[in-house]
Design a protein around this ligand. Structure first.
Ligand code: HEC
Length: 496
């Protein structure tokens, strides 16, 4: 290469470096959308950015391969690859800057991505200068060090860029649970639903739709419209315009408004020509919000779904399980249904599914009342974990039944009203963490049993009217011990 050519190249490198450092220090990203033409150029960033990645990796492979004499002939190609590397890095950096500048993006992660990429460009230019103009041992060693530095910067810039486009956790989302702990990641909960009825609507149906279509722009790093859709609370809190989801009211939920606008409307979500939600996905979101938009309710707890949504829940359930698993679950459930039918027949009680085809059951004893005693309860105990509601009111059970009832570990509601329960060992029910409602109406439970009841801090509703529990101090103590429980003492009054 002639001396003047070298000089011109060096001057070009210097100018480019100065421009990049200028950008770095001036930081003109102000969050305001700009000219369409710059935006047009900026949109090429996601296409172009793959070229510097490829060239830089190739450059590293060539450089380290030529350290082995067998590959020394490859060194002739290094100046060409290095030049392509410089050109592609500069193009990616400038289109990236146009994209951020013109689209008005200036979140912290965008700024960090820009800074790392600008540093990368400066390092690559310095590598070019070293390779072209100096041949000393020190120059070669410095070049190699810079090459390693550039690979580090490349990894960091690509990671931030990927997070900006796809949202955090995109790469690791489907990492098998077996290896997640190796990378310090929490094990993803897998649904243990044994039927579509048992899917948790928010986590199993809603969140995947939102993650797939919305979270890339609405996450803590990229809060478009100041809205974070990564968490349940973020849906309720909403963004600049107020809540995105109004429980029970899809018509006033900004989220539904945005996804049901005409696709060419400026406010339509997802914007920028991204694939719109399907009518089924929209119907599922509407159904969830109509039913109260709970974070934990299952399909069975929700309003009755349209055929379209039923088919969707079925398909999601099937996608979570292999056909063999579904077959096995079905057989298991059929066996359970027939054993319970036989038990009902024999004991004269009713154990019925909470919803059609559900694996959750409700126990009703009113048809035999006084004939239902500890021995009957023990016959049911093998099915204890399938029963979520048990009505034992007016039966002949006594305190001896409480340890048996403690085995009903999925109970949500337990009615012991008008039985001979005294309350002396009620704290054994502490182990049923799902228990929300306990009815002790008309039992002989007294002021002395407050300490037993105080252990049941999982309760949301407790009925103790027409009992021996009425001293003011016992009542006050109970209220203090169960602050989250609504406690009903009298037929008409309810104490919080
Ligand atoms: C490509 C990025 C992008 C994607 C993907 C995206 N949004 Fe948005 N969203 C925005 C931007 C930008 C705004 C702010 C401008 C506006 O209000 O239109 C916004 C605003 C919103 C708002 C109004 C927030 C407020 O209170 O101001 C809602 C609601 C919303 N988006 C819902 C969604 C939903 C639901 C999805 C998925 C179906 C989605 N978005 C996908 C970029 C995106």
């Amino acid at each position: 290469m002639s001396k003047p050519t070298r000089f011109i190249l060096l001057a070009l490198c210097g100018t480019a470096c100065a421009a990049l450092l200028g950008l770095l220090f001036a930081n003109p990203l102000d969050g305001q959308p700009k000219s369409d033409f710059l935006h047009f150029l900026g949109r090429f960033h996601p296409v172009i950015l793959h070229t510097p990645i490829a060239f830089l990796l190739l450059l590293a492979i060539l450089e380290f391969a030529t350290m082995n004499r067998r590959f020394s002939s490859l060194s002739a190609s290094i100046p060409l690859v290095l030049s392509l590397c410089i050109l592609s890095v500069l193009t990616a950096v400038f289109t990236g800057f146009f994209l951020a500048y013109a689209s008005g993006a200036n979140e912290p992660l965008v700024q960090e991505h820009m800074r790392t990429s600008l540093f990368l460009a400066v390092v690559v230019l310095a590598m070019g200068a070293l390779k072209l103009f100096w041949e000393s041992q020190t120059a070669v060693a410095s070049y190699r060090v810079l090459l390693l530095v550039s690979l580090g910067l490349l990894a960091s810039a690509s990671h931030d860029g990927g997070t900006l486009t796809h949202g955090r956790g995109y790469l690791t989302k489907y990492m098998p649970n077996a290896i997640r702990p190796v990378f310090g990641l929490a094990v993803e909960p897998t649904s243990n639903a044994t039927s579509p009825q048992e899917l948790v609507v928010y986590t199993d149906l809603i969140q995947p739709i939102i993650e797939q279509n919305c979270v890339s722009c609405h996450n803590p790093d990229k809060l478009k419209g100041d809205l974070n859709l990564e968490t349940y609370d973020g849906h309720l809190k909403g963004g600049d315009l107020g809540p995105a989801v109004v429980q029970g009211d899809p018509e006033n939920s900004e989220l539904i408004f945005r996804v049901t606008l005409p696709e060419d409307d400026d406010e339509f979500m997802p914007p920028d020509g991204k694939t719109p939600l399907t009518p089924t996905e929209v119907a599922t979101l509407v159904w969830w919000i109509e039913s109260g938009a709970s974070p934990t309710d299952t399909v069975a707890d929700h309003n009755e779904a349209s055929d379209q949504v039923v088919a969707y829940t079925q398909s999601i359930f099937e996608s979570m399980r292999s056909p063999e698993e579904i077959e096995a679950l079905l057989e298991e459930k059929q066996a359970l249904y027939s054993s319970l039918a036989a038990l009902n027949e024999e004991l004269g009680i009713l154990i019925t599914p909470k919803a059609p085809e559900s694996g959750e059951f409700v126990l009703d004893t009113f048809s035999i009342q006084k004939q239902f005693d500890l021995a009957t309860l023990e016959r049911i105990a093998p099915y204890a974990h399938s029963i979520v509601e048990a009505d034992l009111s007016g039966t002949a059970i006594t305190d001896e039944a409480i340890p048996v009832l403690a085995q009903f570990r999925n109970l949500e509601s337990l009615n012991l009203s008008k039985t001979n329960i005294t309350g002396s060992n009620l704290s054994a029910l502490e182990s049923i963490t799902s228990l929300e409602t306990l009815n002790l109406y008309g039992t002989s439970i007294s002021n002395d049993q407050v300490s037993q009841l105080a252990e049941l801090d999982q309760l949301k509703r407790l009925f103790v009217f027409q009992t021996e529990l009425y001293s003011a101090s016992a009542v006050a103590e109970l209220r203090k011990s169960l602050p989250n429980c609504s406690i009903e003492f009298l037929d008409t009054d309810s104490f919080q």
